[in-house]
Design a protein around this ligand. Structure first.
Ligand code: ZN
Ligand code: ZN
Length: 346
């Protein structure tokens, strides 16, 4: 009789069912991974409540995941059973024009593990070996789920190329915003200003070496940025909040020649937008999508070396059986949760 494994299947919006399935088998070039932990992000929440366009149910969610290799298929020689790994969830075709240019994150047939295909809210997953990255023994597999987000943050900052001596503003201090704050500091930015409406997140931002924090619920952010930059404006604004209403003030707080990095995303239209500041201050706007394989190794190294601090990012952990409770808690208070992690852990 085939061995079984369990997965949390989203069968309808807000309905997660724990289902027993035959345990997958690693074929040519693949590895079977026992999932240790999956962090839940805003993308998952959108899928859970049925608001993510184009996701077909039933679906097993989960893309920010770590685990331990249980078996490898024929021809898979890079990993060994027992190896701790991080999953790269950006599944690219490898043959379209974008993949050929080394930009698999823009693959014309790309899918996200846990969105276009079944993901890691399960006891086991099978993936081609190239999507699995070895993790050092000393890293917690629960905390290491954050490395996927860190890799997307690194990818975004590589595009905007923060130079030393630049003034950087990070709008939003959720998990990604806090990582943006840390990476901007590591890139040698002259000053990093962290903006949030949450005093708790601003306290974390301070611990993560933000030079100044601005409470957007009580302060005029544009004026505060002007003051923090000696009146000249920011060189780089990172939008890690993604609210359409932030676009106009983000452009306003930029210095001439400044760069706006759009990391947070929204499907909602932007009202009252004018391109005039783009012309007048000759601004550059960067979009950034997901991560490339080249971002994963450096992101692991940043955490392994202790350069990036992941303490305090995980608000709560849940066993797979309580995955629905995790999503319900997240939906109730998305603003006060950084990351919820589902899975058995180590
Ligand atoms: Zn995510
Ligand atoms: Zn492709």
């Amino acid at each position: 009789m085939a061995e079984h494994t369990r997965a949390a299947v989203l069968t309808a919006p807000r309905r997660l069912e724990l289902v027993a399935r035959p345990k997958p088998v690693a074929r040519e070039g693949e590895a079977l991974v026992r999932v240790a932990a999956t962090a839940v992000c805003h993308t998952d929440l959108e899928i859970y409540i049925g608001r993510h366009p184009g996701v077909r149910l039933p679906r097993v969610m989960g893309h920010e995941a770590t685990g331990v290799v249980e078996a490898v298929g024929p021809g898979a020689g890079r990993l060994r059973p027992g190896q701790r790994v991080l999953l790269n969830p950006i599944i690219a075709c490898g043959s379209c024009d974008c993949c050929a240019r080394g930009r698999g994150n823009l693959c014309r047939r790309a899918g996200l593990f846990g969105r276009e295909m079944d993901g890691s809210l399960a006891e086991h997953v099978v993936l081609p070996e190239r999507y699995l990255y070895p993790l050092p023994e000393h890293l917690s597999l629960t905390k290491a789920t954050l490395i996927e987000t860190l890799a997307t943050v690194r990818h975004a900052q590589e595009r905007a190329r923060i130079a030393p001596e630049e003034f950087v503003v990070v709008l939003g201090q959720g998990a990604a915003g806090l990582l943006h704050t840390q990476l901007a500091k590591l890139s040698g930015a002259r000053k990093v200003v962290a903006v949030s409406r949450s005093p708790a997140k601003l306290a974390l931002a301070r611990r993560m070496k933000a030079d100044e924090v601005v409470d957007a619920s009580r302060q005029d952010v544009v004026a505060a940025v002007r003051e923090a930059t000696d009146g000249r404006g920011a060189d780089v604004v990172v939008d890690a909040a993604g609210a359409p209403a932030l676009l106009a003030p983000a452009l306003e707080m930029l210095a001439p020649g400044g760069k706006l990095l759009l990391y947070g995303i929204s499907h909602r239209p932007v009202a009252d937008f004018t391109t005039f500041p783009l012309y007048f201050k000759e601004l550059t706007i960067y979009g950034s999508r997901a991560l490339t394989p080249e971002d994963v190794g450096p992101a692991i190294a940043l955490v392994a070396e202790g350069a990036v601090d992941l303490e305090g990012f995980i608000t709560a952990t849940y066993p797979l059986e309580r995955a629905a409770a995790a999503f319900d808690d997240y939906e109730r208070a998305p603003g006060s949760i950084l990351r919820l992690v589902i899975g058995p852990g180590e």
